[in-house]
Ligand binder design. Structure first.
Ligand SMILES: Nc1ncnc2c1ncn2[C@@H]1O[C@H](COP(=O)(O)OP(=O)(O)OP(=O)(O)O)[C@@H](O)[C@H]1O
Ligand SMILES: [Zn+2]
Length: 710
């Protein structure tokens, strides 16, 4: 009789342990391997899992063990990928199975189709061969064409990463438009000379990938490249992931979800726009893709390059302290200067239209006179304008002019946003951005019957209308998640801008990032103040980064001495530090300034944080669970020097879709101490829970390490 084989398998459930199964060699053929994807009976159904142990013993009765149903036609996940996922699971206090299974594309999690997959792959490969098209000329700067500063940066990158099998972290800090992308692509080029080498390029958001994708393809037409982000179809993602994990793809370009892809021959990592908050996963395991990428580079001993015009405070301080190599590009690549910053004080009557002002264009004046004049001038100069307002929809609230009625969401503690009819919705609606509830616009006030309902505040749609009225001959385009979901996708909207088919673009932060526009003469920011006074201590850092980034879209192609574009910011508080440092494009000055603020307050990166989230039918229950948890930590002696456990509080938006939410903040001076406490928290909560729901009070809980917003 063949010896008995016992394998331990983890599945996608919030359970700390793995489960033992028998491997029936005769029926299955082949032998089990760690990292193999298998199908197992679990409860009353069958689920996929990953083998984490292979042996001949079990602590359970062998007679009662069930057998593995089958295994996927895939090589096992390689040991480095398993180490990475193990680390993520421990560091973010998230069960191993629940960490590993979501990283595998759907296509590989359907055991029914495991037999058919190989044919699918071949068919897809054939089809793909035909449609590779290159966009010659688009940002293809060869090494010889780099300017002196870029060449120097490239030299330094090569020097710092010249030793084989050595981990280094490098920060490439360069002005917007300084040609960072051109530098890192040339850096990767030498690494890719080794035919088997794989490189991972992470970008923050989907709408950034098409442009960069074309650029990378143009640099490396011979290399196999795959793109991984949530906009890629399931089938394509399954194929791309397979090519990455089998070492067939050399270039893996993707968003945060690509950070956990198994890459057996990984030689270098680039994290573009490393400061971007979208590297943080906001549901399930709440990891930072940038932080995991750094751990991964360290683990497999390869260089990692973080690139940004506005590095995060964490990264910048590490570079200052010499833990990261600091490489800089201080000039714009095409010779232009940086755009001139204008702060428009909205309290100053001189900046406003006066009633009866003859210069006032027609329509509602939702913008200042100073800005309107600048836009008119920019139109005359045949340059494009970019107007940023970080709120989609028509207006954030609808109100009654006769009573106190406001368009509150019945399921959430927030207001319903008015959206005007458009390509996405046939009729105007009130829609809740938290729970998705949508309702027709009432014709009368539901409370008092008054027919005069007014909008409060403004979103992209209202500004778009106002701009169209003021400049009826200008071609206006709105770019936000609504407009990009309708008939045209984001990529098509951006193409229209690039091709000069648009004069004025109104959009949310979607338009602010990474895009390499060539003809923007003016950038305007309308609602910067809304983010100036936030309870989140990172708000100012984010706002500053975003303003530098959006300003960086202007005047990129201006040649020496030519106009380098303008950015106008409407604000009631021009004296705020954020704006004052922006005037001089002083990124380092601003980062020094917030360093001292954070240090004094003992906030990250001078301390480490975690949030315990709780959600229940009533706020009391959620708070109760967290209070009990806090008391437990105290009585078990966990609250010692250097550790601060705050009181539980309701979340900023307390009610969402009928659930009420609270959080508990834990802060420590040491990563290690925080790890220990969080492990204790996890054990404590698990003891009285089924999965992640407390048995008694039905409170759903979740631990979040290094929260990006508190
Ligand atoms: N050496 C060069 N000579 C001429 N043009 C260049 C050179 N290097 C880069 N460029 C061009 O300058 C523009 C900006 O370069 P790139 O996109 O690489 O900058 P970046 O620093 O990554 O920009 P950002 O951070 O603002 O997104 C691009 O259009 C690029 O083609
Ligand atoms: Zn709602």
């Amino acid at each position: 009789m063949a010896p008995l084989i016992v394998v331990q398998v983890v599945v996608d459930r919030p359970l700390a342990q793995g489960f033992d199964y028998l491997w029936d060699s005769e029926r299955l053929g082949g032998s089990p391997e760690i990292g193999q994807l298998v199908e197992v009976p679990f409860g009353r159904s069958n689920v996929v899992g990953v083998v984490i142990k292979v042996g001949t013993h079990s602590d359970f009765d062998l007679e009662k063990l069930k057998s593995i149903n089958g295994f996927a036609p895939l090589p096992p996940l390689d040991p480095a990928a398993l180490r990475l996922i193990n680390f993520a699971s421990q560091y973010y206090i998230h069960a191993l199975g629940e960490t590993i299974i979501p990283t595998i594309p759907q296509m590989w999690k359907k055991p029914d189709s495991w037999k058919k997959i190989p044919q699918k792959l071949i068919a897809a490969q054939e089809k793909k061969k035909k449609k590779v098209q290159l966009d010659q000329g688009a940002g293809f700067i060869q090494e010889v064409d780099l300017n002196a500063e870029q060449k120097q940066a490239l030299e330094k990158l090569r020097h710092c990463s010249s030793k084989k099998n050595e981990f280094t972290t490098m920060l490439l800090q360069g002005q917007t438009g300084s040609g960072k992308t051109a530098v890192f692509l040339n850096w990767l080029s030498a690494i890719l000379d080794d035919a088997s080498a794989q490189v991972l390029i992470l970008v923050p958001e989907i709408n950034l990938t098409p442009q960069l994708e074309r650029r990378v393809r143009t640099y490396f037409p011979e290399k196999k490249m795959v793109v991984l982000h949530s906009g890629v179809s399931e089938k394509e993602r399954g194929i791309a992931w397979h090519e990455a994990m089998t070492g067939k793809a050399q270039i893996i370009l993707g968003t945060r979800l690509a950070a956990l892809t198994p890459l057996p021959n990984l030689r270098a990592i680039v994290v573009d726009e490393e400061h971007d908050p979208s590297y943080k996963q906001q549901d399930g395991i709440r990891y930072s893709a940038r932080d995991l990428a750094i751990w991964r580079a360290h683990d497999v001993k390869v260089p990692i390059l973080l690139s940004s015009a506005t590095p995060s405070l964490e990264t910048w301080l590490a570079a200052k302290a010499g833990r990261y190599e600091h490489i800089r590009l201080d000039q714009r690549a095409q010779g232009a200067g940086l755009p001139k910053v204008h702060l428009i004080n909205t309290r100053d009557p001189q900046n406003q239209f006066s009633p009866g002002d003859v210069s006032k264009p027609k329509g509602k004046s939702l913008i200042t006179k100073t800005l309107a004049n600048a836009i008119s001038k920019n139109l005359e100069d045949k340059k494009q304008s970019l107007i940023l307002i970080n709120r989609r929809g028509y207006a954030p609230v609808l109100s009654c002019s006769a009573c106190t009625w406001l368009s509150k969401c019945q399921q959430c503690s927030s207001y319903m946003v008015m959206h005007k009819a458009g390509a996405l919705t046939k009729k105007s609606v009130l829609s809740c951005h938290h729970c998705g509830l949508a309702k027709p616009i009432p014709s009368h006030c539901p409370d008092c019957g008054n027919a005069d309902l007014k909008t409060l505040g403004q979103g992209t749609q209202k500004i778009e209308d106002a701009i169209e009225e003021m400049w009826p001959r200008a071609r206006v385009l709105r770019v936000d998640t609504d407009s990009s979901k309708s008939s045209k996708g984001a990529e098509e909207l951006f193409q229209e801008i690039h091709q000069g088919k648009v004069d004025i673009v109104v959009g949310t932060q979607m338009i602010a990032k990474g895009h390499d526009y060539q003809n923007i003469g003016l950038v305007a920011v309308l609602d910067a103040d809304a983010r100036l006074f936030s309870q989140d201590f990172r708000a100012a850092e984010r706002l500053f980064a975003q303003l530098v980034q959006v300003a960086g879209r202007a005047g990129r192609s201006g040649k020496d001495g030519q106009d380098s574009g303008d950015i106008y910011i409407e604000t009631q508080y021009p004296e705020s530090a954020v704006f004052q440092y922006l005037l001089g494009h002083d990124v380092d000055g601003f980062l020094s300034h917030i360093t001292s603020e954070r240090q004094e307050a003992g906030l990250p990166p001078f301390s480490y944080q975690a949030l315990i989230h709780a959600e229940a039918k009533s706020l009391d229950k959620a708070i109760q669970l967290l209070s009990t948890l806090k008391a437990q930590l105290k009585s078990q002696g966990h609250i010692s020097k250097g550790l601060r456990v705050y009181d539980p509080v309701p979340k900023a938006v307390m009610r969402v879709a009928g659930s009420e939410r609270a959080q508990l903040l834990i802060e420590s001076d040491s990563r290690k101490q925080l790890q220990e406490v969080l492990e204790a928290v996890d054990r404590g909560l698990r003891e009285n829970s089924q999965g992640r729901i407390s048995k008694a009070a039905r409170v759903r809980w979740l631990i979040e390490r290094d929260p990006s917003a508190i």
